[in-house]
Design a protein around this ligand. Structure first.
Ligand SMILES: NC(=O)c1ccc[n+]([C@@H]2O[C@H](COP(=O)([O-])OP(=O)(O)OC[C@H]3O[C@@H](n4cnc5c(N)ncnc54)[C@H](OP(=O)(O)O)[C@@H]3O)[C@@H](O)[C@H]2O)c1
Length: 320
């Protein structure tokens, strides 16, 4: 079958290790099934894989891609949950042996992908395949950050750092639909304006002084915005962090942390049940994932290049 694979690791030039062409058909083990992929979505995770972060060379070649929507073996429209756990009874994001599609098992940038049967969630007709393909990683991560990990209630003020990213745009859309007051930062004036169009209440240049302190900060940028996130919080406020695109070792500012009784909470992906609730949330509220561009599968490299350069606003999806 046709697939986009990580064939080699190159930390400096990640796209050098990308290959597009024939790959072996999936061979689903017991309890797994094959999904015919109709749409996939790119994530920064695919770039990390090509750079060798979270994967070792002995796993290569591996099909890239965490996210997909498509048809199950009976022709039903499905969304694929990307978290693979051998012990899925509890919260599978807490399973230390969990992996994401494309880490241990082939991913979704292919005509077909093998997944555990329980990882299939019905896709509502009101969501296109491309929209549905955006949900399992970026939107699920945003959902869990806002509704499971942040400990805030509707009406609270939430600051989203780095307005253009896939998770950041998801945080704006989901947070707004849930009744939060959503403030955003971005280095780019154009992205700040687009964030306002998307429903953010106010947009500030990265690092700018805010009119008042916020209840919670949603972090995916990391080192570049961390000091600002710490300064932005009210006493007792909380940073929820799920990514560190710009680096992961900022100064911790421990005095501020204890004196203002702040919390820092990590968040990763979400459970299958949270994905099912996210799908329902989109149905109920009319929220639809923001897609920056859709490319044919064979042009995955162009989408990854746009992601690396940071020129995106929303998700890149692939048509299969
Ligand atoms: N833990 C999980 O389960 C999980 C799930 C999904 C994603 N992630 C992680 O979350 C992060 C975000 O991923 P993403 O795909 O949404 O977006 P992304 O492409 O990594 O970009 C996020 C935003 O970061 C800002 N940014 C990047 N470099 C910066 C710098 N040097 N200084 C200031 N701002 C900078 C940019 O905002 P502006 O240009 O607007 O300033 C950009 O829009 C990634 O690291 C990803 O691996 C984690």
């Amino acid at each position: 079958m046709f697939a986009v694979t990580a064939a080699r690791i190159d930390a400096e030039d990640p796209l050098a290790g990308l290959e597009v062409g024939e790959h072996a058909e999936p061979a689903p083990p017991d309890g797994w099934t094959t999904v015919t992929v109709k749409a996939a979505a790119l994530n920064h995770h695919d770039v990390w894989t090509l750079r060798g972060v979270g994967i070792s060379a002995d796993r290569l070649p591996i099909v890239l891609g965490c996210d997909a929507a498509g048809l199950d073996a009976d022709g039903n429209e499905v969304v694929v949950h990307a978290v693979i756990s051998e012990n899925p009874a509890g919260d599978e994001t807490m399973d230390p042996a969990r992996s994401l599609l494309s880490e241990r098992y082939d991913g979704t940038f292919a005509e077909r992908v093998a997944v555990p049967r329980r990882n299939l969630v019905p896709k509502p007709a009101g969501l296109s395949f491309a929209e549905a393909a955006c949900l399992p990683t970026a939107y699920l991560t945003a959902y869990r950050m806002l509704f499971t990990r942040a400990g805030i209630a509707p009406g609270a003020t939430v600051l989203v750092q780095g307005a253009g990213g896939g998770v950041a745009t998801a945080l704006i859309l989901l947070g707004r639909a849930a009744g939060y007051r959503v403030w955003v930062t971005s280095r780019s004036e154009e992205k700040r304006n687009r964030a306002l169009t998307l429903g953010a209440d106010q947009a500030f240049p990265s690092g700018a002084r805010l009119p008042e302190r916020v209840d919670a900060v949603m972090e995916t940028v990391g080192e570049a915005t961390w000091a600002h996130s710490m300064r932005a919080l009210k006493p007792g406020g909380r940073i929820v962090i799920s990514g560190a695109t710009s680096g992961s070792v900022p100064p911790a500012d421990l005095s501020r942390l204890f004196f203002l009784q702040l919390s820092v909470v990590g968040s990763t992906m979400g459970t299958r049940d949270e994905l099912a609730r996210l799908v329902q949330f989109c149905q109920q509220t009319g929220v639809r994932p923001l897609i920056d561009r859709t490319l044919p599968l064979a042009q995955a490299a162009d989408g990854l290049a746009a992601m690396i350069s940071g020129e995106l606003f929303g998700k890149v999806t692939l048509e299969v």
